[in-house]
Design a protein around this ligand. Sequence first.
Ligand code: BGC
Length: 772
Amino acid sequence: MLLAVMLLVFVTLTTAQNNVRTAIPRDAALETKIEQTLAKMTLDEKIGQMLELNLDIMGRYDANGRWTLNETMLDTLISKWKVGSILNAPGTRAASVEQWQKWIRLIQEKSMKYIGIPDIYGLDHNHGVTYTQGGTLFPQPINQAASFNTELARRGAEITAYESRAANCPWVYNPTIDLGRDPRWPRIWESFGEDALVNSRMVEAQILGYQGSDPNHLDKYHVATSVKHYMAYGAPWTGKDRTPAYLSPQLLREKYFEPFRAAAMAGALTMMVNSASINGVPVHASYEYLTKWLKEDLQWDGMLVTDWADINNLFQREHVAKDKKDAIRIAINAGIDMSMDPYSVDFCILLKELVEEGKVPMERIDDAVRRILRVKYRLNLFNEPNTGGQGYEKFGCQEFADASLRAAEECEVLLKNESNILPLAVGKKILLTGPNANQMRCLHGGWSYTWQGSRAEDLAEKYNTIYEAFCLKYGKQNIILEQGVTYNENGQYFEENTPEISKAVKAAEQADIIVACIGENSYTETPGNLTDLWLSANQRDLVKELAKTGKPIILVLNEGRPRLIADIEPLAQAVIDILIPGNYGADALVNLMSGKANFSAKMPYTYPREINSLNTYDYKVSEEVGTMAGAYNYDAKVSLQWPFGYGLSYTTFEYANLRVDKTQFKADDLLTVSVDVKNTGSRMGKEAVLLYSSDLVASIVPDNKRLRDFAKVELQPGETKTVTFRLPAKQLAFVGADGRWTIEEGDFTLKVGKLTQNITCMQTKIWDTPNL
Ligand code: BGC
């Protein structure tokens, strides 16, 4: 009888699990396996699955800093504590494929032996295989956004997945979609710029690249993603990393949540949570955001992992819990499934006590473990816990290098080109100056071989710095290298050595043209915090002194965020923002500067001109009032260096015939918008075509414009192509004062280039559902 009841409960549970409508349609056979495995697990085993430890603690460093794995320690952690996941590279430095093969294989052997459940190993393979030597690094995500080419982003992710699996790693902590809307924040280069739609499209493309097209059955060349950092991590009030955000419900739902919604619907298997708080609530403690918005409203059945030690931060930093046990109670009940608690197994002891005391319900534990098992089953780790070796011969191959180079060429932005000083013909004498002129670190950025991207020059030797790439293209005899300002590689990322500007000025006497490579050194997270958004005084002085020579100056900006340069920009004849273009960034730069390739990137964020005018492109109409009639001038002005979506090319494009199939529409209509784009210049070029809309009158102050769609087209000289966008009218909706999605009767303008088309919404609609 008991058996019959148990069987009935099991069948009912399984059926209930299988019938739920989820963001990822479920695979019934997998769900059955999950239930069968779960049914066999003890509480200790379940809790162990919910813990993720740092690999570092399973070994020791010798006097030379060399780390070796201690098998006994690993054995204890897996046999006694049943740990379900391990992360990171020892010393946060890239290891070889062979080392990864050895370490992860051993972890899997022990996991299968003691628990019968494979480990899920995770690495920050963020723009390529960060932590695997000899693999391919791509331009950072901010560059990929500047390309406005989702196919580049997809392909980069696909190659990264392949190379991760070659190193036996099935899980990457990427893509990052935090929205870089505050240029002070040190991590804006890690996601796809300031716009919600660009982040959404890029994350969809990358999920496809990383995971393949079937999120229930990943093959051995794909990895699970951990989309991060859910959500609004990029909006710290202070501009400093991991500090609180204060956001209106509109901004949160309409912009910060949107790319995560897109990621959930695109099948992201896991997500990592924002370390900080929103309106006073740490996200790790928010039932509303973790469970309600994501797991219930979207029926997303993936797994939520904390960021680094963030349950501890609920009591140590945020002061919303009185001790670690209290913090675990809050976080797990809020919806956290796995705790990245890098250095301790306390989590297991304390969570067990909480369950036994009835403070964390068993159903919550089962839900979390089900989600963890689900990603392991979806990754096929039970059948094939290890990958790599035969079948992975393409690791680090030329084809992948070419993909990275092509991506770099499409993501460096030409911002100024007075009197067509570019392209730069061979034969001129060029002075290369500035701290970024001869170093790989600033080209590949943070999360490259090491966490901060520093002390890794030895691992990037085979790639070209800007100086090396110039020598190859223009001939060494034509290149003078005199940097004038250099970074202090032994200090913090912003420290510079005593400048030698006069040496650079002297060297300029021999040159026809000056290329000043300026910007920032690499950094990420809190070490990348900043006290002043202006580019360093030394670097600006260098440009000012060089300008006095009267020689033409080309500025090459190589930086993770838009550092203010309003005083030196007028001194330059050309400006190129290469952002952080990766290992082939310098080769791409010379291809572009010499005219071998054509520029086609556009700014993925607004480049500010003033410290007190840090606007985004979708600013409210009331931020740009200009002069007010009456007694005083109303100083609400948007003052930009370069707007979002701005970028030049060696050719010119003309837009014509912007048209829409319905000038009057209702919320449920689909609008078809078309525009003809012609290459009117004499060179082949690619153009990112951006479709914006403006809501002319709304019940809450409307954004002046919003990006609604984009496409990248390639055009031969004289060629015209029609670009067609299919725009569901509901995408023009906004979140109203009552927090509900709303589209109001009235006029809108669609804009592409300088063309506009008016359309009218005939009927107001307010949605009852939290999502459109
Ligand atoms: C970062 C995450 C990263 C994690 C694991 C954290 O400090 O915020 O982006 O994925 O560490 O390395």
